[in-house]
Design a protein around this ligand. Sequence first.
Ligand code: Q46
Ligand code: ZN
Ligand code: ZN
Length: 320
Amino acid sequence: MKCRVCREPAIIDLRRHNANFCSDHFLRYCRQQVERVIGDFAMIAPKDRILVAVSGGKDSLALWDLLIHLGYEVDGLYVGLGIDEYSDVSYRYVKGFAHERSLKLITVDLRDEYGFDVPTAATNTGRVPCSACGISKRHVFDKAAVDGGYDAVVTGHNLDDEAAVLYGNVIRWKVDFLGRQRPVLEARAGFPRKAKPLVRLTERETAAYCVLRGIDYQVEECPMAVGNKHLGFKHMLNQLEEQSPGSKSEFYFGFLKRAAYRFDERSDRDPVGSCAQCGSPTDAEVCAFCRLVSRAIIPTAEDTQPVTFAARSDSAGPTG
Ligand code: Q46
Ligand code: ZN
Ligand code: ZN
């Protein structure tokens, strides 16, 4: 197996491109994919101040590294979700990455800032954990970006993520979500621009990128993702990709090119009001996040039935 560019021994084969690369040319390929998508979708301008949401996983740390390498000014934002040891270990990877490279990291811990964590929020509100988590992360990302004067928030969603989300939205014909499923969403009243510069790279590629760049990352899946529909969709799409390399990319980029615009008008309306409690844009009197907070607060010590996850993570020290 030889590198398509230099004919030296290859370290990775990319079947959807019918190409093999040595490590140098694979890293160059990753950077080119990110540069291309940033340009194609006008995600970031050269002087923009960027906030990257980092979870400690391979995608977000690879994205931070890639953007710094490409010359952008990028600070990190980590949200402490309070998910048991998983969050402790994730945070250590993020801190280590930022510290080694002298990068600025902003940390927002849900318990410290808002008095709840994701497991207790899920238990106390009856929501599935990923729903409570998603509402919380969106709110914190938006607020941190607006408060910090950043031009855009970027996230590490990759091609596998976006194809799986698209698949889920298509099979249920969630037209509002389909209208917002673009790799960049422009800033709107009270919301920063949001972009996903990794959508041309797969999970396998971001993992390989991290290994080659010596980036340590949280390998474990979030324990709350068990049973998550998207994992099932990813698995199905991987099987399809195995039989027909390039399917995922054609599905996702074909949608963006040929179909996404048909759903635009369903989604681009700005919220008409602002939240009575936090001031965020919303159509309701109180935004979804503030409603979540009011129902999710961690029980006090006097409560006789502490929630399992909260009790464990309150007492757990860093491990791993
Ligand atoms: S962190 Fe949060 Fe994910 Fe865990 S609870 Fe679900 S959404 S799976 S990216
Ligand atoms: Zn090469
Ligand atoms: Zn609010």
